[in-house]
Design a protein around this ligand. Structure first.
Ligand code: NAD
Length: 356
């Protein structure tokens, strides 16, 4: 890697044990033992209840109780309900199997109890590698960072993604790229995270067209999960910028699906920073084998997305005005200043589904 600027950075490594291998779910019992968990609450969403039952059978006496009520954006009433289940079962650790929603619930329990977590991710959301937790109370989402919520152990078993529908997998993979992209131009960017970020975009950029196509997705899912792991490290290590701000604003205000909105907005956020973050853009272009980072991301978005414009999300142009107003309130740091006019223009392009 060549750098034009002087080297000056702060890098904070985050603890955590990661096991990555097809079939690695067979190691759950020994990993729970390592964490001192004798009775686990096994957490997932209603859609993955059968997977949780399979883990429960494999766990034998270590399976304390199964809880299948995890929901998007970690509603606190769900957390309270799960806490009640955990208390009555006397569980002393969490085993979470699922995407960001499931992992969010596990983290919310860890925040309240400091119990150890073993997490088995089944999407590309990357939450398992971060000390970040978003929770929703009375329709209001707040985010906190606390080392207590970062899972102690993560088992990546690419075989578990075999059941992931492509319309969830594609947007989820672009959600992972969003973490890596924003890490490249983060205020706290550093050479270690730069390497992770570029490699993550390369792995995801290579695998998305394969698993969204007609071929056998198994190897592509494995490569994408590896890229998502690296993206999760990026998310957990440095601050995010305009892309995350705009996605949180759109998602929260109009109740849009997390991964779908990340997927659509990715090329537009990249284009917003095109001139302000040339080194990051060059890394994205290199990783995607494209002439231009935002254009390469636009092509990838079109392959991966189930919603390809803000208009198709059902938003009106008046909604774009509202979103632009909200996006400039408490903006996140961004390499290009965040202006209402600039954001409104970006939203217009995304509404029309234009190439940025
Ligand atoms: P999700 O966890 O809601 O999963 C989407 C759907 O896919 C669910 O119905 C789930 O049951 C299903 N699913 C998951 N894996 C499957 C599989 N292998 N086979 C079949 N079905 C499967 O979606 P997500 O995009 O993974 O996570 C979104 C949530 O994660 C949001 O609430 C977001 O805020 C949060 N998140 C948090 C962080 C963080 O660091 N705190 C990072 C990323 C995302």
């Amino acid at each position: 890697m060549t750098r034009s600027e002087e080297l000056a950075f702060v890098y904070t490594g985050r603890p955590g044990r990661v096991i990555f291998e097809r079939g690695a779910r067979a190691k759950v019992v020994e990993e729970l033992e390592r964490l001192g968990v004798s009775s686990a609450i096994i957490i997932t969403t209603p859609a993955q209840a059968d997977v949780a039952e399979e883990f429960a059978s494999a766990l034998g006496k270590r399976a304390g109780v199964v809880y299948t009520g995890a929901a998007q954006h970690t509603p606190t009433e769900v957390t309270e309900d799960a806490m009640e289940t955990l208390r009555s079962a006397g569980a002393n650790g969490c085993l979470a199997i699922g995407g960001g929603s499931t992992i969010g619930l596990s983290k919310a329990i860890a925040l309240r109890t400091d119990l150890p977590q073993l997490v088995v991710p089944t999407t590309f959301a990357g939450s398992e590698m971060t000390p970040i937790l978003g929770q929703t109370q009375a329709g209001r989402k707040t985010t906190l960072t606390d080392p207590k919520v970062q899972p102690e152990t993560v088992i990546y078993d690419p075989d578990l993604l075999a059941t992931l529908p492509r319309e969830i997998a594609g947007p989820s993979a672009l959600n992972a790229i969003a973490h890596s992209m924003e890490a490249l131009y983060a205020r706290e960017a550093n050479p270690v995270i730069d390497m992770f970020a570029e490699e993550s975009i390369r792995a995801l950029g290579e695998s998305v067209p394969v698993f969204m196509g007609e071929g056998d997705p198994a190897h592509a899912y494995e490569t994408a999960l590896y890229g998502a792991w690296l993206g999760g490290i990026c998310l957990g290590s440095v601050g995010m910028a305009i892309h995350h701000k705009i996605c949180h604003t759109l998602g929260g205000t109009f109740d849009l699906n997390h991964a779908d909105v990340h997927c659509l907005m990715l090329p537009y956020s990249a284009a917003y920073n095109r001139e302000a973050a040339p080194r990051a853009m060059a890394a994205i272009a290199r990783a995607l084998g494209a002439d231009d980072g935002p254009k390469g991301l636009f092509r990838l978005m079109q392959v991966a997305a189930r919603v390809t414009s803000l208009r198709d999300f059902g938003l009106t142009e008046a909604d774009l005005d509202r979103a632009a107003d909200l996006s400039v309130e408490n903006p996140y740091w961004n390499p290009r200043p965040v202006t209402r006019e600039g954001v409104r223009e970006m939203l217009q392009q995304a509404w029309q589904g234009q190439e940025p």
